[in-house]
Design a binder for this molecule. Structure first.
Ligand SMILES: Cc1cc2nc3c(=O)[nH]c(=O)nc-3n(C[C@H](O)[C@H](O)[C@H](O)COP(=O)(O)OP(=O)(O)OC[C@H]3O[C@@H](n4cnc5c(N)ncnc54)[C@H](O)[C@@H]3O)c2cc1C
Length: 381
């Protein structure tokens, strides 16, 4: 699979599987198992994994384009996919000696969905400081933790879990572990009934004295924080920006379609023909969307050719994308008037989904705090 075929497969799945079901899945808060069942055989679950485990070894450019294509049809599925690819990259980067080859091969074969279980009820959006602490259990550990939101909860085959290292001394001395579904003590702890992203099962999960074998320790003790920053953050922020881009594109397309089809019969004109103010707002939406696309391209370029400004771009992109998605979908709501407000069209779902990006960690506020500190030369943590 190359870049072009990855994107065309994602678009085909978006049109055939995601788009027809998005409205109903959103309404019912129903996880789209059909989407995962389609992404697997298409080779998209192993998109960035090396060829030795059956992956396609594609880079951030293909990943971002696939996410944007999925998000244009259903942002909930795009978020499930984003969490999976971020988790798969973390598993692939596991320390030598970790027994994850079979899991990686299952992902490469499109049969295994994974996700990240970082955020904890105790430290809220500050996922880099888990309050749970793994306890030694022979060569392995036992973990008791309250994970506050886990996308694909109850549907993933494995969870990349953070916990403070047994002998860690600082608040960021965490370790990452791979916990398979069905592990004793791991359970979904409540329902998911969000304002948006309703079809991605982002429910709380509990680990209750959950045993993790030594081979499933993904990082050295205390090295979880570094993996979060170096492996997860760049991919997650790029993917979150691409989700926002897909939402913006869908909002522009949905708004344009409405302005062409909705009519003032008494004037003999469509809304778009009749009202320059609506055309101007549509134009602003398009400008913001293309600006975000350029920002995503710029971040991809920085990840392909890392340089001094790369981390700044990683931080900026998610913050800017969250704002753009809220701005563009808010404009769509206004332009499409009562028709959007009354849920006659998909724009209202896009508006709700768009609000998730800014509150998902690292939140837009936290990113601004980091960026401001970085500019002033202050320590980030
Ligand atoms: C749809 C969805 C899916 C999710 N999926 C996952 C997942 O798969 N895995 C996972 O680990 N987590 C997941 N999360 C959790 C997410 O990453 C955040 O941890 C969570 O949204 C934080 O919510 P909170 O109420 O705890 O925020 P709080 O930490 O209580 O923040 C409240 C407000 O304070 C602001 N704030 C916090 N700290 C600072 C600061 N230092 N400076 C400035 N402002 C600050 C925040 O921006 C926010 O506006 C998901 C969340 C959502 C909504």
């Amino acid at each position: 699979m190359n870049h072009e075929s990855a994107v065309s497969r994602a678009k085909e799945i978006a049109d055939r599987v995601l788009a027809p079901a998005a409205r109903q899945n959103d309404k019912e808060g129903r996880f789209s198992s059909e989407a995962v069942a389609a992404l697997g055989p298409a080779g998209l679950l192993g998109i960035m994994l090396p060829a030795e485990v059956g992956g396609s070894a594609l880079g951030p450019r293909a990943f971002a384009a696939v996410i944007a294509a999925l998000a244009e049809a259903d942002a909930s599925v795009a978020m499930v996919y984003l969490m999976h690819v971020s988790a798969a990259a973390t598993i692939a980067a596991a320390r030598p000696g970790a027994t994850v080859a079979d899991t990686l091969k299952e992902i490469g074969a499109g049969r295994h969905l994974s996700t990240l279980a970082f955020s904890e009820a105790g430290s809220r959006s500050h996922f880099w400081t888990p309050v749970s602490r793994a306890q030694r259990n022979g060569a392995g550990v036992r973990i008791t933790a309250k994970k506050s939101w886990v996308t694909s909860a109850g549907h993933a085959h494995s969870y990349v879990v953070s916990s403070l290292a047994p002998d860690g001394t600082g608040p960021t001395d965490s370790t990452l572990y791979l916990v398979p579904t069905g592990a004793r003590g791991l359970s979904v702890a409540g329902p998911w009934d969000g304002l948006g992203m309703r079809a991605n099962a982002s429910a709380p999960m509990t680990l209750d004295d959950c045993e993790v074998a030594p081979g499933l320790q993904l990082t050295d003790d205390g090295a979880g924080f570094t993996a979060m920053l170096e492996v997860v953050l760049p991919l997650f922020n790029l993917g979150a920006a691409a989700v926002a881009l897909g939402l913006c594109r869908a909002a522009v397309a949905g708004t344009a379609a409405h302005l062409k089809s909705a009519r003032f019969e008494h004037l003999g004109q469509s809304l778009g023909e009749s009202l320059p103010t609506l055309r101007a707002q549509l134009a602003t939406m398009q400008i913001e969307t293309d600006g975000l696309a350029a920002r995503v391209d710029d971040l991809v370029d920085h990840l392909e050719r890392p340089r001094d400004t790369t981390m700044l771009r990683v931080l900026e992109s998610k913050a800017a994308a969250g704002d753009a998605a809220i701005s563009v979908t808010s404009a769509a709501m206004r332009v499409c008037g009562g028709a959007a407000f009354s849920k006659h069209m998909a724009v209202e779902r896009l508006f709700r989904d768009a609000h998730a990006g800014a509150v998902m960690a690292p939140t837009g506020d936290v990113l601004r705090e980091f960026i401001g500190r970085a500019i002033l030369g202050l320590p980030l943590f």
